[in-house]
Design a protein around this ligand. Structure first.
Ligand SMILES: O=C(O)CCC(=O)C(=O)O
Length: 306
């Protein structure tokens, strides 16, 4: 196993993605974009986490998935919450932003992108590892079973704070994965990666720790293998937010095909259409955006561009 540094890429405006960046994304399975959020925006997001994990939901709606509850979980447990936009309109103004959906769609060559998942990851000092996995494994009840994630650092992210780790090029691997409970594995958190590499005939996968300052982002192909190590810091909390899109034209697979323990909650009986009330279209080449969004929240990043 080798560990090396990721290739940095720069763009004039973080929201303008060049053809070179798209090419790099397809070759490597990831793309780093610096300064996607301002420090003020990072603070606006981070301020919302404490009330959420204390069960104070702005909209009164509970999240889809929720780990690391103060008073209930181990104090060093990784805090993860998914389905943030339904709980909190400030977070929704970022996670439903057309700007991020446009980058996600552009990298994937989609003419539109809809909401997929929005998740915060908060790793307190001494937080345990997160199993290596592929995000597309969690999307297999959707056609195409394809997602792309904008993972934004909300604190300094580095090996010494339990960095996100990725394996460049692993989005091409012909291998299997299965849905797992990702938190605090008893075995080596890289075990699923070693198994996948073996299946794919890759002898020595190159693991790259992502190093980012707050506000900078890495875009991840849904088939790219990723995980994160334990946070060895005694004082520093590592925080991020992951904003994933599905293709605008995505549908459900026929019932019984694939898995999606969150998506399946929102399947309409008798239809393969994905309901825009739960999975709104956030950006389209033709300008369409699901109408209710205009009343639900601002677009925090659009306002910044104006
Ligand atoms: O931030 C982490 O520690 C894990 C994130 C992750 O695995 C993901 O976004 O898929």
């Amino acid at each position: 196993m080798q560990v090396s540094s990721p290739q940095l890429t720069q763009s004039a405006s973080p929201f303008h993605i060049t053809s070179t960046q798209i090419e790099l994304f397809h070759q490597q399975g990831y793309l780093i974009v610096n300064n996607l959020f301002t420090q003020d925006q990072v603070s606006q997001i981070v301020e919302r986490f404490d009330p959420l994990f204390k069960t104070q939901f702005d909209t009164g709606i509970y999240p889809d998935e929720w780990y690391g509850r103060p008073g209930l979980s181990q104090p060093n447990a990784t805090q993860q919450m998914t389905g943030l936009w339904r709980c909190d309109r400030t977070l929704a103004s970022f996670t439903l932003s057309a700007q991020i959906a446009q980058i996600n769609a552009t990298l994937m060559g989609w003419s539109a992108a809809r909401y997929g998942l929005d998740t915060c990851w908060i790793k307190p000092p001494n937080a345990p590892a997160v199993y290596f996995h592929r995000n597309n494994t969690y999307t297999s009840c959707i056609a195409p079973p394809s997602t792309v994630t904008c993972w934004v650092a909300l604190s300094d992210v580095a090996l010494k704070t339990g960095s996100l780790e990725i394996v460049p090029g692993s989005h091409f691997w012909n291998c299997t994965d299965k849905i797992r409970f990702l938190h605090a594995p008893k075995e080596d958190y890289r075990t699923p990666l070693w198994q996948a590499a073996k299946e794919a005939g890759v002898e020595s996968p190159q693991i790259v720790p992502i190093v980012l300052p707050p506000g900078s982002a890495v875009f991840l192909h849904g088939n790219l293998w990723r995980g994160s190590g334990h946070n060895p810091s005694e004082t520093k909390i590592r925080r991020s937010i992951a904003i994933s899109s599905l293709a605008g034209h995505a549908k459900f697979q026929l019932p019984g095909i694939g898995d999606g323990y969150i998506f399946e909650r929102y399947r309409r009986q008798g239809s393969l259409d994905i309901d825009e009330s739960y999975y709104p279209i956030l950006w389209s080449q033709n300008g369409y955006r699901t109408p209710f969004l205009a009343d639900y929240c601002e677009d925090a990043l659009m306002a910044d561009q104006a």
